[in-house]
Write a protein that binds this ligand. Structure first.
Ligand code: AHR
Length: 720
């Protein structure tokens, strides 16, 4: 986040305009401009401990070539190139490509060395890796070398003075007298960034661990990882892995730059492992958690056909939990519920019981102590301490299962079995978009998803104000935002949502609509207890994206946060512990015209409810939509006021704050705004749209602020 002076340095005139428009301008009287009334002693909700979170799945090369720091692509030689199937984003689908072996591996023959490489099923490393890479060297000696090269995920990144850890399984046929050299080499072969040796191979499989250190090399993605020998003979590689330094040095861990971005969001939970990725196109390609644990060389990997590329399953169940641990997030575990994307499903009975048992065991793996079968297995996998688990979700988007009663029949045995063994677990149902899908049990929480265009998001942003607190089926009914008594279950988890304007990552327009929605979520934190944006990640390299508008972008070398990332950060870093009463009048309005900019209309998404009373426009409009949105929260000594201005002009806001003994005259604003709503961040311009922090004066029980056009403002008041 920038300070005013950073902003001025980076953005020149644009930032100057911002500076001028954020200070107190002319005096507004009630009725002249927008009036905002904050009653800081009227608490309408307590902020849930897991309000702002992350949603994640293997999409857009989120882990492969993304967060999961492995640099070798196709490390167990099983990857093939599939047809892409994409349920929600058919525009992004690509036609089938031919399947071929040893993708991302190529033969190296240097200075007259000759040889060949092939996939060999006669010498498997283990049952999970049934074919190895066989290298036959017919001519090699001294500087004449033959080997294999891996091109990584859009290149192997090199950074100066950095230590890389390689791990490989290799063996040689009798008669081979040489060793193997492992190197990171520039694509043109001219520069070797780092190198290490395996002095001698044996006839049986051996694991080798090597350290490769770069010197003062150029930071570059234009490299390959190369394994060469300079003696004739036959060699096999069973598994090849290479890691750069990881966040907090976690083994089999995560990319530092992306984790730094996530840590700054202060996420409180992680919903995993999907999304469509949980379900797979068919049962065989679901996230089969038991195949994702244990040593990485014993994980078979699987075709992520939901999003059209191979998953090594290096990002397995324990890695998701390790990610939670690294960022102090609570796991929100989604379990497979016997329904896949192409409609394959099982009815309640013995076939479903297999998946119910699988889910119970998964929960035990996560949260059981060392005396349980699966808790003991987790301990053997390197994590003796159980993870705290409070939320389990049954399936993903089961409103897509349109067969009457089908989710009821599948949900019930999961619910009953989980509650019987783990009565304190909160069960989330996944069909929240269609309230009538689940009637057999009352879940603790209902998960609803929405992807909307910017006007569509803003038009719906106040929906929760009028959502019934009376239990299921209360969508759009009358009601208020009173926090006590607590609402009847189920409470709401917005498990996937985003304003889809901008690709690969959202622009400022999307971020502002997101903020409008977040103000609504926050005001209704008695009902909406968790939310997470989706998708979280996109690798911006060519061909890596399946779903447009993703929160964080990266390539092989660097990562950046989109404007929507900053909106999330601004809200999550200024939560307070209580939501307080806020009301507004004199708002600017416009008419909502369906469609608008962005890709919305997500199937089954909740429909717009009438605007709540406080926000009714002064003159009747058939589909009126306010252009400003607000929420206010507080903790013991700070009030956080969020003001979202979607209008194209600065807005003068007259603010009154009651219910505090004192309000310090000096406070702080954090503002996200640039000259154009089309502005965005990118891999080449990562800092174009970032919040600017500034001190403000003249605060008190009654004061004026002018917020910039197209902006998100957090105003921090010190007050008790
Ligand atoms: O976030 C992208 C996809 O949208 C998710 O995989 C799925 O749950 C939803 O339909």
């Amino acid at each position: 986040m920038k300070t005013i002076s950073d902003g001025l340095r980076r953005r020149g005139a644009g930032a100057l305009l911002l500076l001028l428009t954020t200070g107190p301008l002319m005096l507004a009287q009630p009725g002249n401009g927008v009036n905002l009334q904050i009653k800081a002693d009227q608490i309408t909700a307590h902020m849930p401990p897991t309000f702002h979170g992350l949603m994640t799945e293997e999409i857009n090369y989120a882990f492969e070539g993304g967060l999961y720091a492995e640099l070798i692509r196709n490390r167990n030689f099983k990857e093939t190139v599939p047809a892409r199937q994409n349920r929600q984003d058919p525009q992004q689908s690509t036609p089938a490509k031919e399947t071929k072996d040893l993708v991302h591996w190529s033969l190296v023959q240097e200075r007259g060395g000759t040889g060949s490489m092939t996939l060999d099923t006669s010498a498997p490393l283990n049952a999970a890796v049934p074919a190895s890479l066989k290298l036959t060297i017919s001519q090699a000696s001294g500087e004449q070398k033959v080997g294999v090269a891996n091109d990584g995920f859009w290149g192997i990144p090199t950074k100066p003075n950095t230590t890389y850890k390689a791990m490989l399984y290799a063996k040689a046929a009798a008669g081979f007298t040489g060793g193997v050299t492992a190197s990171i080499v520039s694509n043109d072969g001219a520069a070797v960034a780092a190198t290490a040796q395996v002095p001698k191979l044996t006839e049986g499989w051996q694991k080798y661990e090597l350290t490769l250190k770069t010197g003062n090399v150029k930071a570059s993605a234009e490299n390959r990882f190369v394994l060469t020998a300079n003696k004739p003979g036959t060699l096999w590689f069973g598994f090849v892995s290479l890691f750069p330094p990881t966040y907090k040095n976690r083994a089999n861990g995560f990319r530092q730059d992306i984790m730094d971005l996530l840590a700054a969001m202060k996420p409180q939970f992680l919903r995993f492992p999907g999304g469509n990725y949980l379900e797979g196109n068919t049962f065989n390609t679901r996230f089969n958690w038991k195949n994702t644990i244990g040593p990485i060389e014993e994980r078979p990997g699987h075709m992520n056909d939901a999003w059209g590329y191979w998953s090594s399953d290096g990002m397995g169940l324990l890695e998701y939990l390790g990610w939670c641990e690294d960022l102090n997030m609570e796991p929100v575990l989604a379990v497979f519920a016997g329904y896949s994307l192409r409609g394959q499903k099982v009815k309640a009975g013995p076939e479903l019981d297999v998946f119910v048992k699988e889910a119970i065991e998964e929960i035990e793996y996560v949260s059981g102590d060392g005396n349980t079968t699966w808790g003991a297995r987790r301990a053997r996998d390197g994590h003796p301490a159980p993870f705290k688990l409070r939320y389990v979700e049954i399936g993903n988007e089961d409103f897509f299962d349109r067969e009457a009663g089908s989710y009821n029949n599948r949900f019930t045995p999961f619910y009953d079995a989980i509650k019987a063994k783990y009565p304190n677990l909160q069960i989330i149902e996944s069909s929240g978009n269609v309230a009538t899908t689940l009637t057999s049990r009352t879940p603790d929480v209902t998960d609803e998803h929405y992807y909307r265009g910017s006007d569509e998001m803003a038009f719906n942003a106040n929906n929760y104000d009028s959502r019934s607190r009376g239990g299921r089926g209360g969508r759009g009914g009358p009601g208020g935002a009173a926090a006590t008594p607590p609402p009847a279950t189920p409470r709401v988890f917005v498990g996937e949502w985003a304003t889809r304007v901008g690709a690969p990552t959202p622009n400022l327009e999307a971020a502002i609509a997101d903020a409008a929605n977040m103000a609504g979520l926050e005001r209704n934190a008695d009902l909406v207890i968790m939310h997470c944006y989706a998708p979280l990640f996109v690798n911006v390299n060519p061909g890596a994206m399946q779903w447009t508008t993703d929160l964080i972008g990266y390539d092989t070398m660097t990562a950046y946060g989109s404007p929507a990332y900053w909106a999330q950060q601004m809200f999550a870093n200024h939560t307070g512990d209580s939501v307080v009463n806020i009301s507004a009048s004199g708002l600017p309005y416009r008419e909502y015209v369906q469609g608008g900019r962005g890709r919305g209309g997500f199937p089954g998404a909740t429909q717009a409810a009438p605007a709540p009373n406080a926000l009714v426009p002064p003159t009747p409009m058939p589909r009126a939509m306010p252009d400003m949105f607000f929420s206010a929260t507080k903790d013991s000594d700070t009030v956080y006021v969020k003001i979202v201005n979607r209008s194209a002009v600065p807005q003068l806001v007259h603010i009154t704050v009651s219910g505090l003994k004192s309000i310090a005259p000096n406070g702080k604003t954090i503002i996200l705004s640039t000259a154009s709503i089309n502005d965005t961040n990118s891999i080449t311009e990562p800092h174009k749209v970032e919040p600017v922090t500034a001190g403000v004066a003249g605060l008190g029980p009654e004061f004026n602020r002018t917020v910039p056009a197209n902006s998100i403002t957090v105003l921090e008041l010190s007050g008790k």
